[in-house]
Design a protein around this ligand. Sequence first.
Ligand code: HEM
Length: 147
Amino acid sequence: GKDKELIRGSWESLGKNKVPHGVIMFSRLFELDPALLSLFNYNTNHGSTQDCLSSPEFLEHVTKVMLVIDAAVSHLDDLPSLEDFLLNLGRKHQAVGVNTQSFAVVGESLLYMLQCSLGQAYTAPLRQAWLSMYSIVVAAMSRGWAK
Ligand code: HEM
Protein backbone atom coordinates (compact mmCIF):
# COMPACT_ATOMS: atom_id res chain seq x y z
CA GLY A 1 0.00 0.00 0.00
CA LYS A 2 0.84 3.70 0.19
CA ASP A 3 2.56 3.35 3.59
CA LYS A 4 5.03 0.79 2.30
CA GLU A 5 5.86 2.92 -0.74
CA LEU A 6 6.52 5.92 1.48
CA ILE A 7 8.79 3.92 3.79
CA ARG A 8 10.70 2.16 1.01
CA GLY A 9 11.10 5.36 -1.00
CA SER A 10 12.49 7.32 1.94
CA TRP A 11 14.76 4.51 3.17
CA GLU A 12 16.35 4.01 -0.24
CA SER A 13 18.85 6.82 0.23
CA LEU A 14 19.01 6.87 4.06
CA GLY A 15 19.80 3.17 4.22
CA LYS A 16 22.92 3.74 2.14
CA ASN A 17 24.36 6.00 4.83
CA LYS A 18 23.44 4.18 7.99
CA VAL A 19 26.06 5.48 10.39
CA PRO A 20 25.64 9.25 9.89
CA HIS A 21 21.85 8.97 10.04
CA GLY A 22 22.03 6.71 13.06
CA VAL A 23 24.33 9.18 14.79
CA ILE A 24 21.80 11.99 14.22
CA MET A 25 19.14 9.72 15.73
CA PHE A 26 21.16 8.81 18.83
CA SER A 27 22.45 12.36 19.38
CA ARG A 28 18.81 13.38 19.56
CA LEU A 29 18.04 10.46 21.89
CA PHE A 30 20.73 11.55 24.37
CA GLU A 31 19.49 15.14 24.14
CA LEU A 32 15.96 13.99 25.03
CA ASP A 33 17.09 11.52 27.72
CA PRO A 34 20.73 11.93 28.79
CA ALA A 35 20.37 9.11 31.35
CA LEU A 36 20.32 6.57 28.49
CA LEU A 37 23.99 7.33 27.86
CA SER A 38 24.92 5.39 31.01
CA LEU A 39 23.31 2.19 29.67
CA PHE A 40 26.11 1.99 27.15
CA ASN A 41 28.65 0.65 29.62
CA TYR A 42 31.47 1.02 27.13
CA ASN A 43 31.02 4.69 27.94
CA THR A 44 33.33 4.17 30.93
CA ASN A 45 34.86 6.80 33.23
CA HIS A 46 31.76 8.95 32.67
CA GLY A 47 32.91 10.38 29.38
CA SER A 48 30.99 13.11 27.63
CA THR A 49 28.20 12.48 25.14
CA GLN A 50 30.70 13.41 22.45
CA ASP A 51 33.16 10.70 23.63
CA CYS A 52 30.38 8.13 23.51
CA LEU A 53 29.13 9.22 20.10
CA SER A 54 32.57 8.73 18.62
CA SER A 55 33.49 5.43 20.31
CA PRO A 56 33.76 2.42 17.96
CA GLU A 57 31.43 0.26 20.10
CA PHE A 58 28.80 2.94 20.06
CA LEU A 59 29.05 3.36 16.29
CA GLU A 60 28.70 -0.41 16.01
CA HIS A 61 25.48 -0.28 18.02
CA VAL A 62 24.23 2.52 15.77
CA THR A 63 24.95 0.26 12.80
CA LYS A 64 23.12 -2.63 14.50
CA VAL A 65 20.05 -0.47 15.08
CA MET A 66 20.05 0.73 11.48
CA LEU A 67 20.37 -2.88 10.26
CA VAL A 68 17.28 -3.84 12.28
CA ILE A 69 15.38 -0.94 10.68
CA ASP A 70 16.71 -2.09 7.31
CA ALA A 71 15.43 -5.61 8.00
CA ALA A 72 12.00 -4.24 8.95
CA VAL A 73 11.86 -2.18 5.75
CA SER A 74 12.77 -5.20 3.63
CA HIS A 75 10.21 -7.36 5.46
CA LEU A 76 7.33 -4.87 5.32
CA ASP A 77 5.22 -7.51 3.61
CA ASP A 78 5.97 -10.03 6.32
CA LEU A 79 6.87 -8.34 9.61
CA PRO A 80 5.65 -11.32 11.70
CA SER A 81 8.60 -13.29 10.30
CA LEU A 82 10.83 -11.03 12.47
CA GLU A 83 8.84 -11.78 15.62
CA ASP A 84 11.27 -14.27 17.21
CA PHE A 85 14.31 -12.20 16.34
CA LEU A 86 12.71 -9.06 17.83
CA LEU A 87 11.51 -10.84 20.95
CA ASN A 88 15.06 -12.03 21.61
CA LEU A 89 16.39 -8.57 20.88
CA GLY A 90 13.98 -7.23 23.49
CA ARG A 91 15.28 -9.77 26.01
CA LYS A 92 18.84 -8.58 25.41
CA HIS A 93 17.78 -4.99 26.00
CA GLN A 94 16.01 -5.90 29.21
CA ALA A 95 19.27 -7.56 30.30
CA VAL A 96 21.31 -4.40 29.67
CA GLY A 97 18.83 -2.29 31.67
CA VAL A 98 16.75 -0.65 28.96
CA ASN A 99 13.19 0.23 29.96
CA THR A 100 10.40 -0.34 27.41
CA GLN A 101 9.25 3.28 27.91
CA SER A 102 12.54 4.43 26.40
CA PHE A 103 11.47 3.03 23.04
CA ALA A 104 9.00 5.91 22.70
CA VAL A 105 11.90 8.35 22.99
CA VAL A 106 13.85 6.30 20.44
CA GLY A 107 10.81 6.61 18.14
CA GLU A 108 10.78 10.39 18.55
CA SER A 109 14.49 10.43 17.73
CA LEU A 110 13.90 8.30 14.64
CA LEU A 111 11.26 10.77 13.43
CA TYR A 112 13.60 13.66 14.18
CA MET A 113 16.31 12.03 12.06
CA LEU A 114 13.84 11.46 9.22
CA GLN A 115 12.72 15.07 9.39
CA CYS A 116 16.32 16.34 9.30
CA SER A 117 17.30 14.06 6.46
CA LEU A 118 14.22 14.20 4.25
CA GLY A 119 13.37 17.89 4.49
CA GLN A 120 10.33 18.62 2.28
CA ALA A 121 9.73 14.91 1.76
CA TYR A 122 8.94 14.55 5.48
CA THR A 123 5.14 14.74 5.35
CA ALA A 124 2.36 13.80 7.79
CA PRO A 125 1.53 10.56 5.91
CA LEU A 126 5.21 9.60 5.78
CA ARG A 127 5.59 10.29 9.51
CA GLN A 128 2.53 8.13 10.21
CA ALA A 129 3.80 5.30 8.00
CA TRP A 130 7.13 5.19 9.84
CA LEU A 131 5.45 5.43 13.21
CA SER A 132 3.23 2.44 12.36
CA MET A 133 6.18 0.30 11.32
CA TYR A 134 8.26 1.37 14.30
CA SER A 135 5.35 0.56 16.65
CA ILE A 136 5.19 -2.99 15.30
CA VAL A 137 8.94 -3.45 15.81
CA VAL A 138 8.83 -2.05 19.35
CA ALA A 139 5.74 -4.06 20.29
CA ALA A 140 7.57 -7.24 19.26
CA MET A 141 10.72 -6.24 21.18
CA SER A 142 8.63 -5.37 24.25
CA ARG A 143 7.25 -8.90 24.35
CA GLY A 144 10.79 -9.92 25.32
CA TRP A 145 10.37 -8.34 28.76
CA ALA A 146 9.54 -11.04 31.24
CA LYS A 147 6.29 -10.32 33.02
C1 HEM B 1 22.63 -4.37 21.66
C2 HEM B 1 21.57 -0.45 24.29
C3 HEM B 1 17.88 0.55 21.31
C4 HEM B 1 19.38 -2.97 18.35
C5 HEM B 1 22.64 -3.43 22.66
C6 HEM B 1 23.55 -3.38 23.78
C7 HEM B 1 23.27 -2.26 24.49
C8 HEM B 1 22.16 -1.60 23.85
C9 HEM B 1 23.97 -1.74 25.76
C10 HEM B 1 24.65 -4.43 24.09
C11 HEM B 1 25.99 -3.94 23.64
C12 HEM B 1 26.09 -3.78 22.14
O1 HEM B 1 25.78 -4.73 21.38
O2 HEM B 1 26.49 -2.68 21.72
C13 HEM B 1 20.47 0.17 23.71
C14 HEM B 1 19.81 1.35 24.23
C15 HEM B 1 18.77 1.62 23.39
C16 HEM B 1 18.79 0.61 22.35
C17 HEM B 1 20.21 2.12 25.49
C18 HEM B 1 17.73 2.70 23.47
C19 HEM B 1 17.08 3.01 24.57
C20 HEM B 1 17.95 -0.33 20.26
C21 HEM B 1 17.01 -0.38 19.16
C22 HEM B 1 17.42 -1.37 18.33
C23 HEM B 1 18.63 -1.96 18.91
C24 HEM B 1 15.80 0.54 19.00
C25 HEM B 1 16.82 -1.85 17.04
C26 HEM B 1 15.62 -1.53 16.60
C27 HEM B 1 20.39 -3.66 18.98
C28 HEM B 1 21.05 -4.84 18.44
C29 HEM B 1 21.96 -5.26 19.42
C30 HEM B 1 21.87 -4.32 20.51
C31 HEM B 1 20.76 -5.52 17.10
C32 HEM B 1 22.88 -6.48 19.35
C33 HEM B 1 22.17 -7.65 20.02
C34 HEM B 1 23.00 -8.92 19.97
O3 HEM B 1 24.12 -8.90 20.47
O4 HEM B 1 22.49 -9.90 19.43
N1 HEM B 1 21.78 -2.33 22.73
N2 HEM B 1 19.83 -0.23 22.57
N3 HEM B 1 18.91 -1.30 20.08
N4 HEM B 1 20.92 -3.36 20.21
FE1 HEM B 1 20.38 -1.81 21.38
